[in-house]
Unconditional design. Sequence first.
Length: 309
Amino acid sequence: MSLLSVIIPCYNEEENITFFYNEFIKNQSFFEEKEMEFELLYVDDGSVDGTVAEVKKLHERDERAHLVSFSRNFGKEAAMYAGLQKAKGDYVVIMDADLQDPPSLLPEMFSYLSEGYDSVATRRVSRKGEPPVRSFFARRFYKLMKKISQTEIMDGARDYRLMTRQMVDAILSMKEYNRFTKGIFGWVGFKTKWIEYENVERLKGETKWNFWKLLIYSFEGITAFSTMPLLLASVVGVLFCILAFLMIVFIIVRKLIYGDPVSGWPSLVCIILMTSGVQFFCTGILGQYLAKTYMEVKNRPIYLVKEEI
């Protein structure tokens, strides 16, 4: 029998553990028809509530429910990577515990794998329930990534994705410390089918992703899969050099014709502040890439496991 590994990253999802299991198990008849077994890999990302205790209770009821608990919060990217490493299945799917990734889509997703696709990915066609500001910037981010990156990152893409073992092994071969999984999915390639569905609000609890966390996450994605910001910094530097040269010519010509240099220290201060600001901005872009290089060469583990069942 084939095996499906279900990776469920969890951070303070105590209220959703059992509900997710009950909803997922509704596909039992489908798995029996496909002669397929499954394992549920709950990856606890350093939760401070009763998430670990709930998974242990679930394991006592069903031994197919497994636990990987981190020593602290390493982030969802680390949790997904750990799940991919621990997964033993011929097929692997990543799902959120809050039921925003409907388990009812699995039969349809498997039907596309039988047509020759290597993965089946999901994307939301609406952002119902999200703050308007967050939705606006999310759409701008995906449009920006399409323009500056050669990696396909679909607008509204979720981490909810069903993959073959071959694609999972390809992802695991990318052992980079600074991970942006949505970009990695696109970078490794393979034939992918996209499924669209309406946004589903969380069953219980509150989202762990606020605006600032998503903003920082977007910067991670931009610097991980595009060198365009470095090119932008170089172009801005060249433009300011040209502008400075033109201003020097203008001052010399004005002095020769009118015998009066450009006066006024306020304008000089404004120019200095503007050019200094651009210099710091470009240095900051360079610093982001340098910081990522620094973290990579330190070769720290992506996560540390405290407990595993």
